[in-house]
Structures are given as C-alpha cells and as structure tokens.
Write a protein that binds this ligand. Sequence first.
Ligand SMILES: *Cc1c(COP(=O)(O)O)cnc(C)c1O
Length: 372
Amino acid sequence: MRFETLCVHAGTGPDPVTGAITLPIHLSTTYERDADGEFRRGFKYARDLNPTRQALERAMAIVEGGAAALAFASGQAATAAVFQALQPGDHVVLPDSVYYGTPRLVNEMFVPWGLRATTVSMSDLSEVRSAVRDGTRLIWVETPSNPLLTITDIAGVVAIARQAGAMVVVDNTWATPVGQRPLELGADMAMHASTKYLGGHSDVMGGVLVAREDNEFFARVRSVQHTAGGIAAPFDSWLVHRGIKTLAWRVRAQTANATAVTTFLAAHPAVEVVHYPGLGSHPGHDVAARQMRLFGGMASFQVRGGRAEALAVAGKCKVFTRATSLGGVESLIEHRASVEGAATRAPESLLRLSIGLENADDLIDDLGRALA
Ligand SMILES: *Cc1c(COP(=O)(O)O)cnc(C)c1O
C-alpha cells in the first residue's frame, strides 16, 4: 500500500470485539491471568505492554518502514533510552547542530556515567570519519537540524558507521516519515519527538523509536523502557496514533506553505539569510533533494541586525504566535537563542519558524508587516 493509505490504516482496524472504527483507549494497568497461570492474551502489566500503546508502535513501525517501534513519554525519554542501552566506556559521535536537549542529555547524564562523546560538524563527512575510533558504538544524526536546518548525508554517515561497526540513529522529528525515511537509507533507528509533527496539534508529548531490525540492541532499549518506565500513556498514545492518520497531508501542505514563505523571505531586503533546504541557495540543498521526499515545514531566517531587531520582528507578528515547539497546525515564531540560553549556537539575529496550515498569503502578509 502507498504512504497515505498506510498512515490512515497502519496499526489499527475495526475493534474485533465491538466493531468500533477508532482505536479504543485501554486504561487498565493489569490483566487477568489464565487459570493455569499463563497470559495467553499477551498482556500482563501496562508498563510492559498496553494495547493502545502497542497500536501506536505498530503504526510507527509501518510508516517508518521498520521492524519494531517503542513509544515513550517524550522525545527526550526516547533519546535517553538509546544512550542508556549503551555501556560505560562506549563512544558516540554527536552533531554540533542539533536539538540542544540531545547533547545536554549526553553530557550532563551519560558522560558522568562513563559514556564518551565527540561532537563534529556532521555535514562534513570527513569530520565524521576522523571522529570514529575503537569503541565507537553509535553516530547520532539530526537532519535537517535545529535551528539552522543543516543537512547531513544519511547514507554517507551509514557507510562510515558500517565500516566502524557502529549504529546510526537519526532524529527524524523535523523531516517526519513523510519527508524522509532514514531506515531505507541504512540507518539502524529513527527517533521522533511525537510531541511535534506526529501528534501534530500541540496537545500531546511523546517520543518514538523505530528500529530497522528488532535486534539485540533494540531488545536492550526495550528492556530499558520496560524497566525504567518511560512509557507513553494510553491517551497520549491515542492522540499520536490519531495524528498519524493526517500526517501525510499535513506535512505536504506545511511544505507548500514553507516554500512560499521562505521564497518571500529570501527576496526581502530586511532579511540577511534564509535557512530552508528547499531553497537552491541552501548549502545542503543537493543532499536534501537526494534524500528527502519533501523539505518539510521548518525554516529559520536571520534579520539584518542582531538580537533587538529579531525580537522586534517576532514582537510584531499577529498570525505567527511567539512560542517554542513545532509541528502543529498553527504557525509559530521563536527567537531560539534566548530560549536555549548561554550554551546556544543559534545566532542572535535568527528567528525559527514552524509553518502551519494557515493560508500562505496570510503568513506572508504577517511577516511582511513585521519586517516593514
Ligand atoms: C522537541 C524535540 C526533541 C525533544 O522532544 P520532547 O518531546 O520535547 O522531549 C528532540 N529532537 C527534536 C529535533 C525536537 O524538535
């Protein structure tokens, strides 16, 4: 079946007991044991397995093209489970342009427990090659990256990792499985903050990991989740599962809007540079065009001037709401440097846009007024 059809039907069908068309929300924490002590129906205790969460996990495995998936309480809980499944002494390679919570998690939580980490500029494959060493177990990729939309060649990193016997995990939150399918490019795992496009309506937090093979390492990740308990709740699982049904069409429309908005911004005299991989001027455009089906709804731009000028533009927007996060139906604008704090790599003149489902002309008019 084709992608849109998979999104609508993946991981669910009419409920076999009642015929209900939508997925039931199972709240029970505990399940009846058979008279002989077995659990033939498969469910025992909700931290290990819950039918609503399981339906979401099946849907995600299908839309990302993987063998298995796990749904977590947040994107960060999913990321943490990956690093927690490694061993003290293992070495990982991280990108320098990345969601700021990822290096924070590694450096504040896992390095003190013995993980070793090297940070590189990942759009340059020679930097990745020279960072790999004995004991490198994992290379973390985020493309397009937050907030500069840097592009990393996923297949190129996979080739380096294969030679080194390391895994590749791709944070696919921004691209979504509609725009990019890392497992088809050879990555071992795709990670999502389902808080963003998968949920799609700014009303649920979640994280998902999808594995290309349900192998020994993924079993370890599953064991971390079931033992440490970072699971997605039933209602949250249901909301994300519902979001997936409209994902293909939302991201398609958000990409069309983002294309219109970034084309407008790129020609505006008050704008210094626009970061959007769909623009021919973007340094990662060729790689992005090769590995992405859609360029997505995320963009950022730098105004002429600095922090004050950028904050003033955000302050004048009326259709764009000033808020963090992304991937919802409503457009958001954010001064990223002041959100990330002292350790930020975001330029002070940069504003990040999450393009929603409004009419593109209203978004352009709004930015035009703010930049005037
Ligand atoms: C939001 C985000 C995360 C973290 O997800 P949470 O649900 O906030 O924990 C990770 N990676 C990217 C790219 C994100 O945008």
